[in-house]
Design a protein around this ligand. Structure first.
Ligand SMILES: Cc1cc2nc3c(=O)[nH]c(=O)nc-3n(C[C@H](O)[C@H](O)[C@H](O)COP(=O)(O)OP(=O)(O)OC[C@H]3O[C@@H](n4cnc5c(N)ncnc54)[C@H](O)[C@@H]3O)c2cc1C
Length: 293
């Protein structure tokens, strides 16, 4: 299958809209390894014959995953080569078609080619979880999924683009955006000043984040630390021109953005914000809402 359609374009809080003509392609992949890197984060390493063609901009490079439903050995997808894959996917029986979810390339490795995706396990039981989190919790080698991913490094599927003249970087995330923040930190130039706030559920979910940036990372443990907007409100921020990248639960993202633009006077064009999920709404609900808007 070739070519992409919705929601790989730069995303605002309701991130599932605008088509893009950027170069994306379907990849059929299988789980090579599944590990728990922290109690609430599963790292799934995927492989496949075509992975050499997959590209990534790094940073917050997003992809679409298509997951099988219970009882299926692989996701049901439109026939290979369908021009309007999104229309064709939508036309499939919703009870049967692959479950589409948005994730971040944590790492695209070479020699051997491996795609790494980190899944936040966002509920303690399968019943309370969504299908993607549930799939990752029980994934084993050989499980098959489909990925819609770029085939060119420069593509419309990432947002972290600080303009020339940026003096320092502000990043905030929860578990869902932690893979993106980790990848952004990986790619920052040595010495780049960065202030980072990451919310997790439990202290054991903090990770070692490799970076050459001059990064000051604050871990906020939910129900113990202040929430991200309050923590940022209380912080002394560096002088100079900032660029902010803010992602996670939609209401928190909105509150952080409002503070940065409204109270701190950040240039709104220098605040990239993205609701990665919304309390009480599945990604299917958000997609429907975006389509009906
Ligand atoms: C651009 C982009 C990149 C993303 N990258 C990643 C990534 O790399 N890793 C990752 O783990 N997530 C990532 N997400 C978030 C992920 O797509 C959502 O969390 C998604 O809803 C998970 O699907 P699900 O099937 O598990 O749950 P859904 O079926 O979509 O939702 C089921 C229920 O779970 C709740 N829920 C969904 N996500 C969370 C959460 N994180 N915490 C608590 N409750 C939740 C919903 O509100 C809903 O009530 C990304 C989202 C976007 C838009």
């Amino acid at each position: 299958m070739t070519n992409a359609s919705p929601s790989l374009a730069p995303s605002a809080p309701a991130p599932r809209a605008a088509p893009t003509s950027s170069p994306f392609q379907f990849f059929s992949v299988e789980v090579l390894r599944a590990e728990r890197i922290t109690p609430a984060m599963a790292r799934i390493v995927l492989g496949g014959p075509d992975l050499a063609r997959m590209a990534s901009a790094g940073r917050d490079q997003r992809v679409k995953l298509f997951l099988p439903r219970p009882g299926q050995s692989e996701p049901v997808m439109p026939p290979a080569g369908t021009a309007d894959w999104y229309g064709a996917w939508r036309a499939l029986d919703p009870a049967v078609r692959g479950i589409m979810r948005t994730y971040t390339i944590r790492e695209l490795r070479r020699a051997p080619d491996e795609l790494v995706i980190d899944f936040a396990l966002h509920a303690e039981s399968d019943d309370a979880s969504g299908p993607a989190s549930r799939w990752a919790r029980s994934a084993v080698p050989g499980d098959r999924i489909c990925v819609l991913a770029p085939v060119e490094e420069e593509n419309g599927g990432y947002d972290f683009r600080p303009p020339d003249g940026t003096d320092w970087i502000l990043l905030t995330a929860d578990e869902s955006a932690l893979p993106a923040v980790a990848s952004i930190l990986d790619t920052l130039a040595p010495g780049t000043p960065a202030r980072v706030w990451i919310e997790v559920h439990d202290p054991a979910d903090r990770q070692e984040l490799a970076t050459k940036a001059d990064a000051d990372i604050t871990w906020l443990v939910r129900n113990t630390s202040p929430a991200a907007p309050d923590a940022i409100r209380a912080a002394a921020l560096p002088e100079g021109t900032p660029y902010a990248w803010v992602a996670g639960e939609a209401a928190t993202v909105k509150a952080v953005r409002r503070h940065l633009v409204g109270e701190r006077g950040f240039d709104r064009r220098a605040v990239k914000f993205s609701g990665y999920w919304r309390q009480g709404a599945s990604e299917d609900n958000l997609m429907e809402a975006a389509e009906n808007a």
